[in-house]
Design a protein around this ligand. Structure first.
Ligand SMILES: [Zn+2]
Length: 164
């Protein structure tokens, strides 16, 4: 015997804030200065991007350092399905990008006006492009193949960083 449940559609609205805690400076610098920041361990000199507040190897408290907005794709994949937040960008790539001067790689979107797998394969050079309307979120920037950079920063909604 199946049970019968009475259901009513309703909506819950929740307004809330969340904190980036010790990593807040990364997002503040993105928003205010189009500057990608990393952290450096004063002991073993490992440079983390995404930043870590303490070194994963020796537990020292790290120090903030500015990084260049150029780097190399270490691994990537193409995205054909997405949530509503990114559906307008399909197809695009996501990958781990090791910025010049960093020891680790950051997971980020890689956009291309003419996306083919060979453009986003490991070893390819990329550069960060920033949204003009930045909110202090990880989506304030993305990477493009280095040979498309000049075209992307000409678009009205985007601009280049200052640290290539
Ligand atoms: Zn260390």
């Amino acid at each position: 015997m199946t049970k019968e449940y009475h259901e009513i559609d309703d909506i819950i609205v929740i307004h809330y804030k969340y904190s980036f805690g010790g990593q807040s400076r990364f997002f503040i610098e993105l928003k205010n200065n189009k500057q990608i920041m990393g952290t450096k361990c004063p002991k073993c000199k490992t440079v983390y991007c995404p930043p870590r507040i303490a070194c994963a190897k020796c537990y020292e408290t790290t120090e903030w350092i500015p990084l260049k907005d150029t780097g190399e794709i270490k691994v990537s994949t193409l995205v054909w399905y997405s949530t509503s937040a990114f559906i307008q960008n399909i197809p695009y790539a996501v990958g781990y990008i090791q910025l010049d001067g960093a020891s680790t790689a950051i997971n980020q979107g890689i956009f291309s006006d003419n996306l083919v797998p060979s453009k986003v394969k490991p070893g390819k050079r990329v550069r960060a492009v920033f949204k003009k309307e930045r909110e202090g979120k990880i989506t304030d920037f993305f990477f493009v193949p280095i040979d498309e950079y000049d075209d992307w920063i000409q678009k009205p909604e985007f601009e280049g960083g200052k640290n290539g």
